[in-house]
Design a protein around this ligand. Sequence first.
Ligand code: ADP
Length: 355
Amino acid sequence: METKFKKIGILTSGGDAPGMNSVIKSVTCAAINQGVEVVGILGGYSGLINDRIKPLTKNDVAGIVSLGGTFLYSDRCDEFKTEEGMQKAIATCKKHNIDGIIAIGGDGTFRGATDLSIRGIPCIGVSGTIDNDITASDITVGYDTAMNTVMKLGDALRDTCESHARCNVIEVMGRNAGYIAIETGLALNAIGVAVQEIPFDKEALFEKMNEARKNGKRSFIVVVAEGLGAEFSEGLVTEIEEKTGIETRFVRPAHIVRGGIPTLADRNFAAKCGYKAVELLLNGVSDVVVVSRHDQIVSMEIKFALILDRMYKNKLKDDDLEGFTVEQIKQMKEICKERHDYFVNMYEVVNAIGY
Ligand code: ADP
């Protein structure tokens, strides 16, 4: 491949996710094998502002794919959102002759990547978030591992609930997205799953539990998405006890779900995304994010992805759709509908087979 790029940088930013290391490994090896040097930027955008740059060799990244967390560390950096911070970051790129950057993270990270791209530093985004809350991508790096971690914890809770004839309410991470909750709810055969996306019928849950207990069912798992808030999830414990008489315990695995050994699915998805990101960057593409759409790894303009996200979350501002073609707006609406339909369908399945 002919490319004008001599050196690229890679960083991980925002919330960490298992599989980020696999992106780092894939980007590093793919670029070096094309004759392009790679540097790691430590601690996300703050590393760019504070000149924390580390050259990476293929040996440096050997063996990191089986590690959770991020080998390049992550941080949240408000200074980067200011023009002054942005200029410091650009100065660091100039100082080290960094021709382009691959930024792994969530929507905040992609916003930063756009800001750099429009100021002349080409950037490509790759997802790295357990929440699966990037509307543009069917899945995100870290999501599969997080779901598997919750499933294992839920299985362990099921054992003890069965012994003691108890219920366990598990509150799982996901920020404002209920993906982890709904998928693990199905995998754990939860009797109820509460997510922000769909109104939750508490009375129906209590009724179902009462009937099941009458039938001799001993253990119950209820999964709640963190987006509903601590008051909701902790309150549900008391309500279940009051309405059913079933002894109920509460578990919040919190950040445990963010760590751990990445699954095969995450490692390989991450590796493919990293490879694609290098291919795009070295071919002169910029200001796009690598996403998964219907099992294909493709790219999408960051601007499109961010507005799509707002559309899905019903947070569109008046002029957000200005500059997009009718065809693009139609595509956004289709993606939103696809995601919403998926939720409705999953919800039906969970409720239909939960006990
Ligand atoms: P995530 O990438 O997981 O969504 P954050 O929202 O915390 O996590 O964003 C990560 C980092 O990206 C921020 O700390 C900041 O440095 C940068 N960032 C976020 N929003 C913007 C923005 N609007 N402009 C420039 N940089 C941003």
